[in-house]
Design a protein around this ligand. Structure first.
Ligand SMILES: [Zn+2]
Length: 548
């Protein structure tokens, strides 16, 4: 017997069997039951969501010899002809094919003749938005004054391209993307019938890959069966579709939430080596954090997620340790990473830095958390604990009232920095391994009041510019603070040949002048504000942004 593809073999024959479109099928069944069938319908939805399937069931329901009935018998001649696709009364036209115009012209000429067998002549026009203008016009004539025995069922993936004159004459149904859980359930049931052994994770991976299209999921399963036979596990699915396993996605989600940068870099490089589609990884992470967000808002219920139990448990386990504001910031960073990666040649580097940025977004305290902690501080303060200096001292310091303070010994500080530079870089590297790589080619040049000038090898100018930003400077300033006990603004300047001693001996310094980069004084100013300093230290936090 010839192999029948699953999408065809499993095609639903009754409204009740259509997956994930209850809102459509129930309304249609009702309309038939109560004899309120419109003369034109349009089904809108992305590919593989059941538009043509629903159209054919509707045709059967109308023309079944036992009907019209919401439960066509599937046994009478009319039902069987429609199922076999050779009914004279049900005419399917593909708007995307070239003969669309001719078929629509035939339609116009033949519409006035009575149906051959059933009560209705039913035209199913797929991808109706693709019809040429000529075909549209021909169609419109019949649609405006339809004979009572004519029914139209249109389907489209792109409703915006359908002429308003047509839309206004149709009852419209929007078919949803099918949920992962619904697809998994359908595939599981089908596999059991076919005697195929398949793991839950494999089903889940297929459903993820199909992005809400059941037909795509079924074709994927077809492909897997011809590739693996009757036993399929997650690895097979991942190999065929270049997907990343659920456990890897969960590990990455956890690493981002925990700001575990070494782990992020490790996972990215493993995925890259395994030839995974990195752009797709970003989309899957987006989905993952979106799910987490829904769990955070919906709590234990989280019914709207329609996720399999194991996945839901993962998000529920993550939820208590995070907060919606953080997740939203991660999602923003992921969206940005996604758009940057689209046009990039080296997707790996962008993914790496993008995910590190995400982890930083996860790290920064939200306003809500800060407010909560400040309230706590206030309570401690009232109960006698002295955490912050008095307001007047703070104000004096903020507005420059500390003139008589002892001036720091700058040459001594520079020497100290020079001696401890590698330790400082390691300190930066602990928070951000990527920065460490770049700072290895730098050395402290001079301390000028509250300002540290760092020299870099001009040969690596391009690297430095790519990576230099407020955050990385701040990381450096904080590490310097650990050594000197005060925050300095950091700026960069290309090294001159004389400064060669600062760098490892094998560095060749070229005679090239780079433009020094502007210092970031804004955040440093705030760090030296005693009140802010106390708060930052009390929470072991960082200033992420200053807003007035
Ligand atoms: Zn029938």
């Amino acid at each position: 017997m010839a192999y029948e593809v699953l999408a065809r073999k499993w095609r639903p024959q009754q409204f009740a069997d259509v997956v994930g479109q209850d809102h459509v099928t129930r309304t249609l069944a009702n309309a038939i039951e109560t004899d309120r069938v419109a003369h034109a319908y349009i089904f809108v939805g992305s590919r593989g969501t059941g538009k043509t399937t629903s159209a054919r069931i509707l045709a059967k329901a109308l023309n079944c010899m036992e009907g019209p009935t919401p439960n066509p018998c599937d046994k009478c001649d009319a039902c069987r002809e429609i199922m076999a696709g050779n009914s004279l009364d049900v005419i399917e036209i593909d708007g995307a094919s070239n003969n669309g115009v001719d078929q629509v012209r035939d339609l116009r000429d033949n519409a006035r003749y009575a149906p051959a067998r059933g009560p209705y002549k039913i035209y199913i026009i797929d991808e109706v938005h693709m019809l040429s203008t000529a075909a549209f016009n021909a169609l419109l004539k019949t649609l405006e004054e339809p004979p009572p025995h004519i029914k139209f069922i249109f389907a489209t993936t792109d409703v915006h391209k359908v002429l308003p004159t047509i839309l206004s004459r149709c009852q419209r149904f929007d078919l949803r993307r099918i949920s992962v859980q619904d697809i998994v359930d359908r595939l599981r049931r089908g596999c059991a019938e076919e005697g195929i052994t398949i793991s839950e994770d494999a089903l889940l991976a297929i459903a993820r890959g199909a992005e809400g299209g059941l037909r795509d999921a079924e074709s994927a399963l077809d492909q897997l069966i011809s590739f693996r036979g009757k036993e399929i596990d997650e690895d097979d699915v991942l190999a065929v579709f270049g997907l990343v396993s659920r456990s890897v996605l969960e590990n990455m989600t956890t690493a981002i939430l925990k700001s575990d940068v070494p782990q992020i870099i490790h996972i990215v490089s493993a995925m890259d080596q395994a030839g995974k589609d990195l752009q797709r990884v970003v989309m899957e992470l987006l989905e993952s954090f979106r799910n987490l967000l829904v769990v955070l808002y919906a709590g234990q219920g989280a019914a709207s997620l329609e996720l399999p139990e194991a996945q839901l448990q993962f998000y529920q386990a993550q939820a208590p340790s995070t907060e919606a504001g953080r997740v939203l910031r991660i999602i923003d960073a992921l969206i940005e990473t996604d758009s940057r990666m689209r046009y990039a040649l080296s997707k790996k580097t962008l993914l790496e830095t993008g995910l590190i940025r995400c982890s930083r977004a996860a790290e920064t305290a939200t306003i809500n958390e800060l407010l909560k902690q400040v309230a706590e501080l206030k309570k401690n303060f009232k109960s006698g604990a002295t955490l912050a200096p008095t307001a007047s001292a703070a104000a004096a310091s903020l507005y420059g009232g500390d003139a008589e303070k002892k001036k720091p010994d700058e040459p001594a500080e520079l020497n100290l920095l020079f001696m401890k530079w590698h330790a400082i870089i390691d300190l930066v590297g602990r928070a951000d391994p990527l920065s460490r790589r770049y700072y290895l080619d730098t050395a402290p040049l001079r301390v000028d009041h509250d300002h540290l000038v760092v020299g870099f090898d001009p040969e690596f100018k391009a690297d430095l510019e790519r990576f230099d930003d407020d955050r990385s400077r701040l990381a450096l300033a904080r590490a310097v603070n650990r050594v000197l006990g005060r925050m300095l603004a950091v700026s960069f300047e290309p090294l001159k040949p004389d400064d060669r001693r600062a760098l490892p001996a094998d560095h060749k310094v070229k005679k090239e002048e780079g433009k020094p980069v502007e210092p970031t004084n804004e955040l440093v100013k705030w760090y030296s504000n005693p009140v802010v300093k106390t708060v930052v230290e009390a929470f072991n936090g960082e200033i992420d942004d200053v807003r007035e």
